[in-house]
Design a protein around this ligand. Structure first.
Ligand SMILES: *Cc1c(COP(=O)(O)O)cnc(C)c1O
Length: 363
């Protein structure tokens, strides 16, 4: 007997990473050395239990960007920033980070054969992100200051030393990140009515808007979404209209008091008829647990701000609207917060026999 092995059908095209997929819309040439980990192509997942809390036929999807290679949307920007840095002959890159930028910078820089220096706020980076940066081989420097201070320092460093800045003030980052919007439209066949997104430095909201506008210009969608940005209440400069000197929130990825893309974000709000709102840490944690326990989706606290915010202003959502919430990062990044804030019972110290286990199960 002969065994017949499954043969890949020709309709099964492998994903080639976002630069190859969206090459005509990105500032790359045939001379750009593409540094990729096959990022992008993340799922747009319906979340019916959450949609039910809004009712009125509203459809809700989450763009689960926590499934990128290093576990956050930062990979979209980093494949571009690192490829362009390599094209320019850079040997080292630097960034300030609340965690995810450092993980992505480290992975892509090392893959591209460059050194990666990352400045983080001492004591405020989630465990998984620090683990990643270290294992990828970044040179990690924790400073006695917050993210905003770290960003000021690296901006100056990049002017005086041979290191390329890969924070989202690097324009190639936003070019890469705009592909998130492309993918949403490619799946839905049009832009959603609302796009809900957590906002820290406001790079991603600006990038998504760029993506939707570009796709509209070339006829891939015939409308644009209202852009709804959500900040943590203790770090909500765009809501308050002034920088926050001591930002505080459990959502460390958006613990930012002076967003680098402030002006861009304000432009997006006006142009899209959108808005910025603050959500409390308690509201963020509620959405975080709801996503995991009712939809099976584990995101990090900052990401849950998009869903928390949508639910907070749900009365404003038009009937039968389509809403996309961006889940920016993976829940595994921050195991401490998950364990500390889960509502599940964790019964420990049970005797290793069937009776004891059955008893603990309530039988
Ligand atoms: C970086 C980050 C954000 C904030 O994105 P900005 O572009 O800074 O507004 C939100 N969530 C997660 C998980 C992030 O890593």
């Amino acid at each position: 007997m002969t065994l017949s092995l499954p043969v890949a059908t020709s309709s099964c095209q492998p994903w080639r990473g976002l630069i190859e997929t969206y090459r005509p819309y990105l500032p790359v040439t045939e001379n750009t050395p593409v540094v990729t980990l096959m990022e992008g192509n993340t799922p747009l997942i319906p979340v019916p239990a959450i949609a039910q809390r809004i009712g009125r036929g509203v459809r809700v999807f989450v763009k689960y960007d926590g499934l990128n290679p290093t576990g956050s949307f930062k990979d979209r920007g980093m494949t571009m920033a690192i490829s362009k840095a390599k094209e320019a002959g850079a040997e080292a890159v630097i960034c300030a980070s609340t965690g995810n930028t450092s993980a992505a910078a480290a992975a892509y820089a090392r893959r591209g054969g460059m050194r990666a220096f990352v400045l983080i706020p001492d004591g405020y980076v989630a465990l998984g992100k620090l683990a990643q940066a270290l294992l990828y081989g970044a040179e990690v420097l924790a400073i006695k200051g917050n993210f905003d201070r770290a960003l000021e320092i690296v901006r100056e460093m990049a002017e005086s030393y041979p290191v390329t800045l890969v924070n989202s003030v690097n324009p190639y980052r936003l070019e890469g990140q705009k592909t998130g919007a492309f993918e949403v439209v490619d799946v839905l066949g049009n832009a959603p009515d609302w796009l809900c997104i957590p906002v820290g430095n406001a790079g991603n909201i600006s990038a998504y808007w760029m993506g939707f506008c570009q796709y509209q210009q070339i006829g891939k969608c015939d409308r644009l979404p209202r852009m709804m940005g959500f900040q943590a209440a203790g770090a909500a400069p765009l809501v308050n209209g002034q920088p926050v000197h001591h930002p505080e929130t459990i959502a460390t990825a958006i613990r930012i008091g002076n967003p680098a893309s402030w002006d861009k974000a304000m432009g997006v709000k006006t142009a899209s008829g959108g808005n910025f709102h603050a959500v409390t840490d308690a509201e963020i944690l509620d959405a975080y647990r709801l996503l995991a326990s009712e939809e099976g989706i584990f995101c990090e606290p900052a990401s849950a701000a998009s869903v928390a915010g949508m639910l907070k202003v749900k009365e404003e959502i038009p009937t039968e609207a389509t809403v996309v919430c961006v889940l920016t990062g993976n829940g595994l990044k921050d195991p401490d917060t998950a364990i500390k804030h889960s509502n599940s019972q964790f019964k420990q110290g049970i005797e290793a026999d069937i009776q004891a286990v059955a008893g603990a199960m309530g039988f």
